[in-house]
Ligand binder design. Structure first.
Ligand code: AQP
Length: 342
């Protein structure tokens, strides 16, 4: 059975990269597929989070999901820590995954920085918990940005190794020749890797110290206009064909953002704006960004005024998620050989 799973960390302001790289697809997918969207709070604490800030950010990310168009009647929306089976399955995956696999993860290397000895054990094991997030629902499709590709490959490796290691027990327990699916990453659209507005070689990220590097989902129209106006560019006008964007990362990024915001392609954008100076193109980009994002920011503010409503959605979502996760965990315990109450 096909099922979609994805999530975001409540580690700060969501930005245009999170929205265009992942969320915009989530909203499309919920129209045709069964979808589970998680606020991954247990991932967030792999680096220090102030408890009061974390609480607010969990509600804020949930508000962003709802404001952007996720429908809690169609999709399951919840926060990870309320479904304990994620942590339980992650432990089993810690025993399936190999240390060598974790050592190759570029996100760990980037986030741990030079002082690797001092990074949390959780940051190191992050991909194992991510595999559990996905596989506890036996999800078949995961819509994410380009930066998550390596973690999704690891998720497939974990599923494959579990299926191989426990092949005999999987068959004995009546699950055929494979228990976990090999999940397909969905990395699609013109903006799978939105770059920083200040530096076309770095991805737009929550943790960049410069707020001018990103457009936050909560930015007002003036702030968006200022950030786009200040965005780094080169002195040439826009080319008329996508080929001409090669070697011009800042131009390529702004064109990709425009295409993703308008549901078109870079080719379409250049057909209309090829030959334009950046001053003119940036003004058009501000228009489309404000049109798309201002209603989201407004709706987020409205939702944040009633935290009780947000919490109720998370409780309802986690109750529904737990039913699926509990079935998987019971099966996994039988397969692994744990004794359990029936
Ligand atoms: N720049 C980006 N372009 C496209 N997609 C992106 N995503 C993140 N940045 C970009 C996608 O957003 C989803 C959620 O990401 P996350 O919350 O797990 O955190 P992250 O990838 O660690 O996001 P940040 O903003 O880069 O946070 P920091 O600065 O803390 O590292 C994922 O699907 C991701 O691909």
């Amino acid at each position: 059975k096909e099922l979609v799973f994805s999530g975001m960390q409540p580690t700060g302001n969501l930005h245009l990269g999170n929205y265009l790289g992942a969320m915009i697809r989530w909203i499309e997918l919920q129209k045709t597929m069964e979808c589970i969207y998680c606020v991954v709070d247990m991932h967030a604490i792999t680096v220090w989070q102030d408890p009061a800030d974390l609480k607010r950010q969990i509600r804020e990310v949930t508000a962003a999901y709802l404001a952007a168009g996720l429908d809690p009647k169609k999709s399951i929306i919840f926060n990870q820590s309320q479904v304990h089976q994620h942590a339980e399955l992650a432990w089993i995956f810690n025993c399936v995954a190999r240390i060598g696999w974790m050592n190759r993860m570029t996100q760990f290397k980037e986030k741990a920085g030079k002082d690797r000895e001092n990074a949390s054990l959780g940051l190191y094991a992050y991909p194992s918990l991510m595999a559990a997030d996905i596989l506890v629902y036996r999800a078949t499709h995961v819509p994410v940005g380009e930066d998550q590709k390596q973690h999704l490959e690891l998720t497939r490796d974990v599923a494959q190794k579990f299926n191989n290691d426990y092949a005999a027990s999987i068959a004995e327990n009546g699950y055929g020749d494979a228990f976990f699916p090999l999940t397909e990453p969905m990395i699609q659209g013109p903006a799978t890797r939105v770059m920083s507005l200040r530096d076309g070689s770095k991805k737009m990220s929550k943790s960049d110290p410069s707020d001018y590097s990103r457009i936050n989902l909560t930015d007002d129209a003036d702030t968006i206009a200022q950030k786009v106006r200040k965005a780094k560019t080169d002195p040439e006008p826009l080319p008329s064909e996508a080929e001409g964007l090669k070697g011009r990362p800042e131009a390529e990024n702004l064109v990709a953002i425009y295409a993703a915001l308008t549901g078109t392609t870079p080719e379409d954008v250049l057909r209309d704006h090829g030959g334009s100076q950046f001053s003119g193109f940036k003004a058009a980009l501000v228009d489309v960004a404000v049109t798309k994002l201002a209603p989201i920011a407004g709706e987020m503010r409205r939702l944040m005024a009633d935290p009780g409503h947000i919490d109720a959605i998370l409780v309802d979502g986690s109750d529904r998620a737990r039913v699926i996760a509990a079935q998987t965990m019971d099966a996994v315990k039988d397969i692994v050989g744990f004794v359990r109450a029936r």
